[in-house]
Each structure stands twice: as structure tokens, then as C-alpha cells.
Design a protein around this ligand. Structure first.
Ligand code: SAM
Ligand code: SF4
Length: 461
């Protein structure tokens, strides 16, 4: 029997890239490639890149440089190693990568991963291959489904892409150009994938998409289904205990989805809902298509449906034309909502986007100062959010062993990480945990008496 060749896939950026990396590895399995965690051992290294900010895109070339060294070392050992660049940088500047980086054997755009086996065969014959066309065929159906043994290795919580691309064209963002127009996968294709994951031990599924709540896939009868309907369908898949979704756009948050939060116990009370800024002037310049008031009203409607909903968000500071008053509006909005956490970024001009050519770009040192002040406020609010759970009992999905012997790590419904002492046999169970201590990013707890026995008995421990 021939030894399988080895592929190492390294993901940068968002969860959609992590999902795509898994699908690439699954698709290369029947082509004779087993996954390896070590790039030095690999016959093929795939860098799955991110282009969202300049820093992310710059990383690609330094990473190619590191892989080139490994490629030379492999050649010195008489072994051939190939380097592939995938993802959004590949999509945006594929030709440039081939021109600048002689060590790269192939470039595959974000919609063409199903064509990898064929591209690799061509690259093995010495061709430098590039494919960044937006294809007509359905990438998701052409990619191999997750393999059972791979799923088990990846843990009890999995991502599933249900929607890809974006038609919103926020003026700062490259996504509509690198991921293309919005498409949604059919309900029953997603349900089949989720059932496959559940049968292999997955207990929590996070549905992902650049605009996940804009989901509009066909149901079994050919009607258009919303994300709320999709979630109702997936809640019926045996073995699935928890459902989440990310990332949502405020404009696409519809009544069906809000009702799902009120009615589905499997749907976790946590929503990542990027607002980007608290200033109407900046929101308009960003082409966000929502105002500060729209956003606050939406939060109120959602909290009326599910009072304990936790909200997190994304913020950009230093967008062209942003003043100190605009930043104060953002800080005020942050406090008004009482976010459980947030990601925040200094604006990074992206070539080809409208904001990159706007007048009154904010000097980097001003943007950095604003970012520090915003982040201090986010940390304060995150601390307040977590502090309310001191002494309370929360349901925790146990995900994996912790760093200390005998320790497990799990997640609360609000996506907080919890560390506790418990036997590894109960990984994958939902248990009640009494919170005894609150760290800056982690909660600490002990198994609550009432659930200890039932969870241990179910696991046969
Ligand atoms: N679709 C989501 C939305 O509408 O908010 C998020 C997409 S993007 C992958 C994730 C975040 O990156 C955005 O919410 C935004 O805060 C940030 N981002 C996007 N483009 C950026 C840029 N040019 N500079 C700085 N941050 C940016
Ligand atoms: Fe980018 Fe805006 Fe689309 Fe989000 S909604 S992916 S920020 S263009």
C-alpha cells in the first residue's frame, strides 16, 4: 500500500476560513492526502489567507517566506513540497502572488476549493496553476462532506457555513469583492451535514456566513426559508444540544429569527451583531444602511423576546472623517447596550473599496489612541457582564481537557469559557456548573451536586 501524502492547512482570519480549511482537507483525503499538524512534514502546505485588514494580508508574504525555507529543506532531503495559497488574498491578488513569490505552486480563490485535486495534479507536472474565477457550480456540494474520523478529532462544537458572500457593500470592506455575491445553501443539504456531525459526536453547531441572518436557502418544498426556519429544522436533528449563528447584520434581523430566540431552547441566548459605530454620520459614510436608533430599537425588540440575550459587536475607529464627537457617540452606544464583549479595529484602508479614496483619512496615531480608549471601555463592560454570574449556576457544554491534569474546559450559553475539575468521560455533556470565581477572560466553577451523578451515569463513568 502506498503511504498517504501529507497536507498541512493553515488558516488565517475568520471562522469561514476555518470551515473552508476543514472542507479542503476532507476533499483531499480521497485524493490520497492525510492531514498533518506539522508543515515541515507536509508534501503540500495550503495557506488559507485573510484580506480583511492590511496587517492580515501582509502576513501572507512572511508566511510564504517561512514555507519557502521548509520547501528548500525538503528538497535537500530529496522530497518535493508544494505550496498553495488559498482564501481572500488569493482571490484578490492571485497573479501578484505568483509574480512576487516564486516558491508558490498554486493559487486557489475562495470559491474554487473543490477543484483542488485537479489543480494539484497539474502543479505536480510543473505548471504554476491559478484559479480565481467565480464558478457556476456549487462549491459546497462539490466539496467532500466531513469525514467521520476527522469530525471526532475536531471536537464537540463545529462550524457549518450556510451562507457565503455579501451584497451590502459597506464602504470599508473587501468581502463583497473577495467572497462574491450572497448565496445560501439549501436547508436539507445543511440538515444532512449537521446530522452527519451529530452522529460523529458533535453537540453544538454554529451556523456561519458573512451575513448569516440574510440566509435565504430553499427548503425541501422549494420555498425560500429564513435563518429562523433553518434553525427550527436543525433543532430537530437528534444529538444537537446547542445552536448558534454568526455574523449577523442589523438590517437582516427579521421577526422569524427573533421568535426563534424566544421559542427554541437549543438556540443559545448570545448574538454577535456588529454595529461598527455609534455615530449616524459615520454609519451613513460607511453605507451600513442602519442608524444608531435602528440598532438600539432592534436590541430592545430582541431583549423583549428573550430578556437574557447577550450581545457582542464589532467596532471600527478612525474611519475617514471620524471626529472625537463621533467616538463619544460610539462610547455612549457601547454603555447603552451593555455589550458582553466586542471586537474592535483601527480602520485599515483596503485597495478597491470606496473608503480608501475618501478625504480626511484619520492619522494612525489618532486612530490608535481612540482604539485604546474604546478597548478599555469594552473590557470594563465585559467585566461587568461576567461579574453578574458569580455564585450562579450555569449550564455548560464540556468541550475538551484543560491545561491542568483533571481539568475540563466548556462554554456557557453566553459563550464564556469555564474551567472546572471533571472526568474526561463527560466531555460532550451539558452539565450544571456553580460559578465560584471570575477571571478576566474565563469563569471558574465546580460541578453542581444535582447534575454530577446524572452526567456521570450517562457517560458511563
Ligand atoms: N459581515 C460582518 C458585518 O457586517 O459586520 C463582518 C465582516 S468582517 C469579516 C469582520 C469585521 O472586520 C467587521 O465587522 C469590521 O468591524 C472589520 N473590518 C472589515 N473591514 C475593515 C477595515 N477595512 N478596517 C478595519 N476593520 C475592518
Ligand atoms: Fe463587509 Fe459590510 Fe458585508 Fe459585513 S455587511 S461583510 S462588513 S460589506
Amino acid at each position: 500500500m502506498t503511504q498517504p501524502r501529507k497536507v498541512h492547512v493553515k488558516s488565517f482570519g475568520c471562522q469561514m476560513n476555518v470551515y473552508d480549511s476543514h472542507r479542503m482537507a476532507d476533499t483531499l483525503l480521497p485524493a490520497g492526502f492525510a492531514e498533518t499538524a506539522s508543515p515541515a512534514d507536509a508534501d503540500l502546505v495550503i495557506l488559507n489567507t485573510c484580506n480583511i485588514r492590511e496587517k492580515a494580508a501582509d502576513k501572507v508574504y512572511s508566511e510564504i517566506g517561512r514555507m519557502r525555507e521548509l520547501k528548500h529543506a525538503a528538497a535537500a532531503d530529496g522530497r518535493k513540497m508544494m505550496i498553495a495559497v488559498a482564501g481572500c488574498v488569493a482571490q484578490a491578488e492571485g497573479q501578484e502572488i505568483l509574480r512576487r513569490a516564486g516558491a508558490v505552486d498554486l493559487v486557489v480563490g475562495s470559491q474554487n476549493y473543490h477543484r483542488l485535486p485537479d489543480m494539484i495534479a497539474r502543479a505536480e507536472n510543473g505548471e504554476r496553476v491559478i484559479d480565481t474565477e467565480f464558478p457556476v457550480e456549487d462549491k459546497f456540494e462539490a466539496l467532500a462532506p466531513p469525514a467521520r474520523e476527522q469530525i471526532a478529532k475536531r471536537g464537540v462544537s463545529a462550524f457549518v457555513t450556510v451562507q457565503e458572500g455579501c451584497d451590502k457593500f459597506c464602504t470599508f470592506c473587501v468581502v463583497p469583492y473577495t467572497r462574491g455575491a450572497e448565496i445560501s445553501r439549501p436547508v436539507e443539504h445543511i440538515a444532512a451535514e449537521v446530522a452527519r456531525l451529530a452522529a460523529a459526536g458533535v453537540r453544538e453547531v454554529t451556523l456561519i456566513g458573512q451575513n448569516v441572518n440574510g440566509y435565504h436557502g430553499n427548503d425541501a418544498e422549494g420555498r425560500t426559508a429564513t435563518l429562523g426556519l433553518l434553525l427550527r429544522r436543525l433543532a430537530r436533528v437528534p444529538g444537537i444540544l446547542r445552536l448558534r449563528y454568526t455574523t449577523s447584520h442589523p438590517r437582516d434581523m427579521n421577526d422569524e429569527l427573533i421568535a426563534a430566540h424566544a421559542e427554541l431552547p437549543e438556540l443559545m441566548p448570545y448574538v454577535h451583531l456588529p454595529v461598527q459605530s455609534g455615530s449616524d454620520r459615520i454609519l451613513a459614510a460607511m453605507n451600513r444602511k442602519h442608524t444608531r436608533t435602528d440598532y438600539l430599537e432592534l436590541i430592545a425588540r430582541m431583549r423583549a423576546a428573550r430578556p437574557d440575550l447577550a450581545f457582542t459587536s464589532d467596532f471600527i475607529v478612525g474611519f475617514p472623517g471620524e471626529t472625537e464627537d463621533d467616538l463619544q457617540d460610539t462610547l455612549a452606544l457601547l454603555r447603552e447596550v451593555g455589550f458582553a464583549g466586542a471586537f474592535s479595529f483601527a480602520y485599515s484602508p483596503r485597495p478597491g473599496t470606496p473608503a480608501a479614496d475618501m478625504d480626511s483619512q484619520v492619522p494612525p496615531e489618532v486612530a490608535t489612541d481612540r482604539l485604546h480608549r474604546l478597548q478599555a471601555e469594552i473590557l470594563r463592560l465585559q467585566g461587568n457582564f461576567n461579574a453578574q454570574f458569580q455564585g450562579r449556576t450555569l449550564e455548560v457544554l464540556l468541550e475538551k481537557p484543560g491545561r491542568l491534569p483533571g481539568q475540563l474546559v466548556g462554554k456557557t450559553p453566553y459563550l464564556q469559557t469555564v474551567q472546572l475539575m471533571a472526568p474526561p468521560a463527560i466531555i460532550g455533556s451539558l452539565v450544571k456548573v456553580a460559578i465560584t470565581d471570575i477571571g478576566s477572560n474565563t469563569l471558574f466553577g465546580v460541578l453542581a451536586e444535582s447534575t454530577t451523578m446524572s452526567a456521570l451515569e450517562t457517560a458511563g463513568a
